[in-house]
Design a protein around this ligand. Structure first.
Ligand SMILES: [Mn+2]
Length: 379
């Protein structure tokens, strides 16, 4: 066949939607919840598929923020996916670490248009005359660095004939960066070596890393065999993501090697996230109150605010100005709470020397700030 391939294939790629985060069924405290923000951005990210502007949909994992979420949220999440599958748009899902590598199946099992990488597998779909092989496996929690090659072999990817091959997963790849201090994943057992990604794949599409990025070079600066695309999370799941733009990706896939993959990142709305560090040394309780009120009043009323102190805060002060007091002082549209005491700066763990050792030593501290990664060290 020499027939020219004219129509490219458009792939909508989103990940780490963390539905159910701050969406309690029976809240003990009446306050604005962020759950609605997460659901809204999820639905916004799916819009190009619902409007049939794409040919293929991939969710890179962590659809939910933990393995058990209220059934109403599961139903709300799957309803648009079933609709998209009904439109004839194949839907691929990678189980992430928060699904305990197992996406709730009850709503999916009947629909042939929804394919879950609940075990290593390869599926070929023909779209616009183009054969696309999607290879994937569920999130590997224990030593993915060591297990990666074996997982790949088990997908049977080499025996599937295709024009374009995509590797879909939910893992950290070396060179991926997170956090306000740009922590870089390097040599940990939870990090997949880029050299282990075999030739033959046109792109690696992964969830897990919440910052949007495209990795094209290894740590030594050599060009990767296949670019690694992270769409990042669709909302900010922790203060470590406070400076990050959020959104999803649309990849255009073409058979012609010279324009095989083009990528577009579409941003989603996010509320300002503010880390407020106060210096209250030498202030009286009345002065602290006055300062807190003044600082809170100066903030965007829709902000998500974390308040921290440079110094260890006295228990009496924390009692006086507890979270309830903060909420009663702030506008009801604001999310506000105390953060952890700023014992050492986050820079400690991301200096160039001994980065990974410190990374391990500081696991507990780090989890506090990048809770979204759900313990990437595999512990
Ligand atoms: Mn995640």
């Amino acid at each position: 066949m020499t027939q020219a391939f004219h129509n490219a294939v458009r792939l909508l790629f989103l990940a780490d939607t963390h539905l159910g985060l701050d969406a309690p069924l029976r809240p003990r405290v009446q306050r604005r919840r962020r759950g609605a923000d997460f659901m809204a951005n999820y639905l916004k990210a799916l819009t190009p598929a619902l409007q049939q502007e794409v040919d293929l949909l991939l969710h890179g994992g962590d659809m939910f923020f933990r393995s058990r979420v209220p059934p109403a949220i599961v139903a709300q999440a799957f309803e648009p996916l079933l609709h998209i599958a009904d439109l004839g748009i194949p839907v691929f899902l990678v189980p992430g670490n928060h699904e305990r590598s197992n996406i709730p199946r009850s709503l999916l099992e009947t629909h042939s248009g929804i394919i879950v990488f609940d075990r290593p597998l390869t599926r070929v779909v023909t779209l616009n005359g183009c054969k696309i092989a999607l290879t994937g496996f569920p999130h590997v929690r224990r030593n993915p660095r060591l297990q990666f090659k074996d997982q790949l072999v088990r997908t049977g990817w080499q025996s599937a004939a295709a024009d374009i091959r995509l590797l879909c997963m939910h893992q950290a790849v070396e060179g991926a960066q997170v956090g306000v201090q740009h922590f870089t994943f390097r040599s940990g057992e939870e990090v997949i070596r880029s050299v282990d990604i075999p030739p033959g794949f046109d792109a690696v599409l992964s969830g897990h890393i919440h910052r949007h990025q495209v990795i094209t070079k290894d740590l030594a600066g050599r060009t990767l065999r296949a670019p690694v695309f992270y769409p990042g999370s669709t909302e900010r799941t922790s203060f470590a993501e406070r400076d990050e733009e959020k959104g999803y990706s649309i990849l255009t896939l073409a058979r012609e090697p010279e324009r095989r993959i083009t990528h577009r990142f579409i941003t989603l709305p996010t509320r300002p996230m503010i880390d407020l560090v106060l210096d209250i040394r030498g202030l009286s309780i009345a002065e602290v109150r006055e300062r807190l009120i003044r600082r809170i009043a100066s903030l965007d009323e829709n902000a998500i605010v974390r308040i921290r102190m440079e110094e260890e805060i006295a228990p009496a002060l924390l009692h006086e100005f507890n979270d309830r007091w903060l909420r009663s002082t702030a506008p009801p549209t604001m999310n506000i709470s105390w953060g952890f005491h700023r014992r050492r700066t986050d820079e400690d763990m991301t200096q160039t020397q001994g980065r990974n050792d410190r990374y391990r030593l500081n696991t507990a501290k780090r989890i506090r700030d990048t809770r979204h990664l759900d313990n990437p060290a595999g512990r």
